[in-house]
Design a protein around this ligand. Structure first.
Ligand code: SF4
Length: 434
């Protein structure tokens, strides 16, 4: 555990109480602080007594008065105040195992840390959670938690996760449900394993358990699976079978619970060659981070932004690079933009993913290598628009470590990065700055 204080927010209760950088937080109101979850929970109260240890080993007590729920203002050397926990599974579908070689080390890290689920929304399998830690989640009422379930048949879950302890995670889920912990779930469908009757069983069990929502997404299969389980992709037939099971059951759930609970990702509708559901279906986009309703939400935003433009709004010629999955959809949006504003001249390129393998068709896994080789020599107009999810979060580096400037140099056009919402796409197309 590292509760060593790295910085203190100026003007915060901790700064006013003259806590020092370099001291270590040991306890709050008599409770030992083991990690950031303890810190967040026990620092909630308005009257706090902190025990700190200085660099010389001497301990001292500090009293703080603040608003209930106000952050004390301490930042620690490590975000979790503890080692990030790596996963103890060997999932048959693990994406990390099927990554190309020689990518940056951080991309090969397998995290499965329940604490990151609460703090960052990561999905966790609960397989490396001890009973004491599960009890702490209940005691501290830490909620919601995002859980990768995949199957509720204990044996099947163990096979899918490559972990004999996988069944224990299901027991934790029961305990969480009984204690009011909100659970958002995810099922990665692996054809021949957890689809068909097993998918129906999993949905039934989760509905009875009382989870809050569950996304159903297809397994991603790259060309780097040598020595791994021979995983089929979700094809049109499987995608239709998934929808035939999920849609009627989710309507039953809607009648019973007032929510559909189970939502298929956009990818499944597209693979099944079915139209995407209307906006109401997504119930406020509760599973957006799993790619559920992303395209519909983007279209709604795009159309709303478009309606605010005058028909004579100028627009310089442009190209858009995206994954094969979203390309037809983005083309439709560009056509709608042209209907509204005739100056629009844009070409949408579906970039085939040779880097990971052609079955990977999402924009977020398109690399600079594929962009540069496939768009070289193509008419790109005066600028190239790319979605922000092709880049490392908050940076300008692609998955294969090239920078945006490398792509600009290779293709001879300026690149503009657009966030993945419809408003940002309209801003990027019409070069509107807000
Ligand atoms: S939990 Fe499974 S899918 Fe996630 S990193 Fe671990 S092995 Fe990979």
């Amino acid at each position: 555990m590292s509760g060593k204080i790295a910085s203190i927010d100026p003007g915060s209760p901790a700064a006013r109480a003259r806590i020092h950088v370099g001291e270590t937080l040991l306890s709050i109101n008599g409770k030992t602080i083991k990690d950031v979850l303890d810190y967040r929970f026990y620092a909630y109260d308005p009257a706090l007594t902190l025990v700190l240890r200085g660099p010389d080993g001497a301990e001292r007590t500090v009293h703080i008065r603040k608003e209930e729920g106000e952050d004390i203002g301490l930042n620690f050397e490590t975000y979790l105040m503890d080692e990030e926990r790596c996963c103890s599974n060997h999932c048959l579908f693990c994406f990390v195992d099927q990554m190309p070689p020689n990518m940056r080390d951080s991309l090969y890290f397998k995290d499965d840390d329940a604490r990151l689920s609460f703090l960052m929304g990561n999905y966790t399998t609960l397989t490396n959670l001890s009973e004491r830690e599960a009890q702490r989640i209940i005691d501290l009422r830490i909620s919601p938690i995002n859980i990768s379930v995949h199957a509720t048949d204990p044996k099947l879950r163990s096979i899918l996760l490559g972990n004999k302890a996988a069944a224990r995670g299901l027991e934790y889920m029961q305990a969480f449900a009984q204690n009011g912990i909100v659970m958002n779930c995810q099922i990665v469908v692996c054809p021949g394993l957890n689809d068909g009757e097993q998918l129906s069983r999993t949905m039934h069990d989760l509905a009875e358990m009382g989870v809050a929502s569950c996304a159903i997404v297809p397994v991603g299969v790259t060309k780097y699976r040598k020595g791994l389980y021979k995983m089929p992709v979700v094809d049109e037939r499987t995608a239709n079978d998934i929808l035939d099971r999920v849609l009627p059951f989710s309507e039953e759930c809607f009648a019973r619970f007032g929510t559909r609970l189970f939502f298929c990702s956009d990818e499944i509708f597209i693979k099944a060659k079915r139209p995407l559901p209307e906006e109401e279906y997504y119930e406020g986009y509760v599973q957006l981070e799993n790619g559920v309703g992303m395209l519909r939400s983007m279209e709604m935003e795009f159309m709303s932004a478009l309606r605010q433009l005058e028909p004579d709004t100028p627009c310089r010629p442009f190209a858009i690079g995206t994954g094969c999955l979203a390309a037809p959809f983005i083309r439709e949006l560009v056509d709608k933009a042209k209907e509204r504003c005739p100056a629009v001249q844009g070409t949408v390129y579906a970039v085939v993913n040779h880097y990971f393998g052609e079955t990977i068709d999402v924009a977020g896994l398109v690399t600079a290598t594929d962009l540069m080789t496939q768009l070289k020599g193509q008419p790109l107009g005066e600028r190239l628009l790319l979605p922000a999810n092709m880049l490392r979060h908050g940076g300008d580096i692609f998955l294969d470590d090239y920078r945006v400037s490398d792509v600009e140099r290779a293709l001879g056009v300026p690149v503009r990065i657009a966030e993945t919402d419809g408003f940002s796409l309209v801003d990027a197309i019409f070069e509107l700055e807000y």
